[in-house]
Design a protein around this ligand. Structure first.
Ligand SMILES: [Zn+2]
Length: 177
């Protein structure tokens, strides 16, 4: 059994130099920005990262992170259990200049030299992987009030109108504002 490690950290340069990896669990409480977003204060984030030097000698981190979340649908306010999965392929650098050279072709994160928390490496990608709409079919939120559904009405068969869903989302946004 793996014990969650809230202060797990790694020196990315050192780890990449020996093609190291980090696999383990981190309590979500170690993620200051992620924790309030996923509705599960006591869960753990599973992390599986490998470190290597790319062709330019930069630290490349690849792998993934995942966490079970309980998200609230913005339409129906029902809670939906959802696994958040982030796939990572990022370069770490201590230089702002290097980051500006490589972005946006590569995903680059500027870090301080020396050991950094594992949580820091995966937190942004996890936050970006939280779905904006959590009801399974998005526009067809099974719990949507009828008043909202009226805005999605289109002529003919919705199945052959690929943009019907987009329009419904736009309508929804307007009503939320
Ligand atoms: Zn919903």
């Amino acid at each position: 059994m793996t014990v969650p490690d809230g202060i797990a950290s790694i020196d990315p340069q050192d780890a990449a130099g020996r093609s190291g990896s980090w696999v383990g669990l981190i309590p979500v409480s170690a993620f200051k920005r992620l924790a309030p977003l996923i509705g599960r204060p006591d869960t753990d984030v599973g992390v599986d990262l490998t470190f290597e030097l790319d062709g330019n000698g930069l630290v490349r981190v690849s792998g993934g992170a995942r966490v079970d979340a309980t998200l609230e649908c913005h339409r129906c306010l029902e809670e939906v259990d959802q696994e958040i999965v982030a796939d990572l392929d990022i370069r770490l650098t201590t230089s702002e200049g290097t980051m500006e050279e490589l972005m946006p072709a590569l995903d680059v994160m500027v870090i301080d030299a020396g050991p950094i928390p594992i949580a820091t490496i995966v937190e942004d990608d996890l936050i970006m992987s939280i779905p904006a709409r959590v009801c399974p079919t998005e526009v067809d939120c099974p719990n949507a009030p009828r008043a909202l559904m009226a805005g999605t009405k289109v002529d003919g068969d919705e199945a052959v109108r690929p943009f019907a869903g987009l329009r419904a989302l736009k309508n929804l946004k307007r009503e939320e504002c």
